[in-house]
Ligand binder design. Structure first.
Ligand code: AHR
Length: 511
């Protein structure tokens, strides 16, 4: 009897031992993974700006000119490459002239999209650009098409970027800034199919041309104009823009897609979900690969040389808000599931680096899939933050093409490729490989062959936890954090990796 049960358990573990195979081609890599894929988004929404980046005048929280320093330090550590602002839906009701000049004199407005709260405009153009300068990051500003005028947008750019004498540059100087900021990334509206004006694709394409014509390049300040793009699988939107707008009028076209675990009516909890909901959520996260592939295929037809970028400037998991918080503030916790979602998305963007030149997670602090949560003077780094920390090695590195043969993670009628990978080589020749094992039950042994890469040693870091629902909280802010990974070794020419279940692993291979 005992012999039979040990035999059974031997077979069970032998059969649950999964293996994957990865072939990485290090011969003549040509595509650069733009660092801007690792971009972020900060909207005037809930506690992202106010009570997030921006503290009260008399706050005891360490700050410089009301910008919170612990947040700045944390974001600098992950090399945040760009920051999108002021929205989102907020952008299309924002009038920039209300956010300049003496703060006490700035008009107030109602933030109709996000909780109907009063916006005092104390955080405006100068404050945002000061934040970017403290972060060492590039600003990405979304102009107002929905409720703003061509003149308003055009004058904002003159205010930001013109170095000579002009009405707008004079006002800028009176407001204490002599030099222009030379802002490059410029969004011409946001979600113009929805909160940005409920336009049709045809109508927006015409409006885009009109607005973009007056978004001028001033000396030393060439704009990278991004057309407001499609919602998820609205392929007609992308097709219409590519057909109607001359390619040289756009640096990029955006795409927005959120991973919603259940439905828009009841999105599902950020922290209380079962495996069934987890599997459904990961299926939706992986859908990003199909979206990027299909929008890119449309763009390829009009732009085979890939001059126009696909800019995924809103992505991430969107759940119900935390209990007892303002539903308009979109404050949600961040679990190990979020880390796996972040890893999957970043691998997808890396692997599509030929077309995807920029992406922005929604949103940086206290909103949606945040990197950072705050409570009074406390601040914590979410599991998602740690994924960006590990993946930063891919920024501006050369993409190494890969082929993956992976077992599937199956639950009921859901069947997903369990292992998700991308690889790059940095300018010093060091290779980084990022793996996600999204199977919550099975470890997977990965056998990788790297052609054209000389390497002798491997080291790495892992993010995982006992439960998918585990989070970092203000009581325990380090439950999930990267630790050294010892499950990778060199065997002859092969790289053997024992990937634990529900984990994100980033390896470094050196010669
Ligand atoms: O990120 C939250 C909101 O989601 C943005 O304001 C909007 O663009 C999108 O619908």
């Amino acid at each position: 009897m005992i012999m039979l049960s040990s035999l059974l358990s031997f077979f069970t573990s032998a059969f649950s031992q999964q293996s994957a195979r990865v072939v990485i081609n290090g011969n003549a890599p040509s595509t650069t993974i733009s660092k801007h894929i690792y971009g972020h988004f900060s909207e005037h929404l809930g506690r992202c700006i106010y009570d997030g980046f921006w503290v009260d005048e008399n706050s005891k929280i360490p700050n410089k000119g009301r910008i919170r320093l612990d947040i700045v330090e944390a974001l600098k550590k992950i090399n945040i490459p760009n920051l999108r602002w002021p929205g989102g839906c907020f952008a299309d009701e924002y009038h920039w002239r209300d956010g300049i000049g003496p703060r006490k004199a700035r008009p107030k407005m109602v933030n109709t999209n996000w909780g109907g709260v009063t916006e005092d405009n104390s955080f405006g153009t100068h404050e945002f650009l000061e934040l970017c300068s403290m972060l060492g990051t590039e600003p990405y500003i979304a102009g107002n098409v929905g409720s703003g005028t061509v003149e308003e947008m055009s004058k904002w750019i003159e205010y930001l970027n013109f170095n000579g004498q002009s009405p707008m540059s004079e006002i800028r100087k009176q407001n204490g800034r002599n030099e222009p900021w030379n802002v490059a990334f410029w969004g011409v509206g946001n979600e113009n199919w929805g909160c940005g004006g409920n336009m049709t694709a045809e109508y927006y394409a015409d409006q885009y041309k009109r607005y973009a014509s007056y978004c001028k390049n001033y000396p030393g300040a060439n704009l990278k104009k991004v057309a407001g793009g499609a919602n998820s699988e609205d392929y007609n939107w992308t097709e219409t823009l590519m057909r109607k707008v001359p390619l040289n009028m756009m640096w990029g076209i955006s795409l927005h897609y959120y991973t919603v675990p259940k439905t828009w009516g009841d999105k599902g909890s950020a922290t209380a979900f079962d495996e069934k909901e987890y599997a459904a959520t990961m299926k939706k996260a992986l859908y990003m690969n199909e979206l990027v592939s299909r929008h890119s295929a449309i763009m390829d037809r009009y732009d085979p040389q890939k001059r126009v970028a696909l800019v995924v400037d809103e992505w991430g998991i969107w759940t119900n808000v935390e209990p007892n918080t303002n539903p308009g503030f979109l404050y949600q916790q961040n679990s190990l599931r979020d880390a796996l979602i972040a890893g999957v998305h970043l691998n997808i963007f890396n692997n599509h680096a030929e077309r995807v030149k920029m992406a922005n997670l929604a949103q940086t602090v206290n909103v949606l899939q945040a990197l950072i949560l705050t409570e009074g003077n406390k601040m914590l780094l979410t599991p998602t933050y740690h994924v960006f920390d590990l993946f930063k090695v891919h920024q501006d590195a050369k993409l190494l093409p890969i082929q993956v043969s992976t077992p599937h993670y199956t639950l009921d009628n859901i069947k997903l490729p369990a292992v998700n990978v991308s690889a790059s080589q940095d300018p010093t020749g060091v290779v980084h490989i990022s793996f996600v094992n999204l199977d919550p039950n099975k470890k997977i042994s990965v056998n990788s062959i790297l052609s054209g890469v000389n390497w002798k040693s491997v080291s790495g870091q892992i993010i995982t936890s006992a439960k998918l629902t585990d989070v970092n909280s203000f009581q325990n802010d380090s439950k999930i954090k990267p630790v050294a990974f010892t499950g990778a070794k060199k065997e002859g020419d092969a790289l053997i990796v024992e990937l634990p279940a529900q984990s994100v692993v980033v390896l470094e291979l050196k010669n």
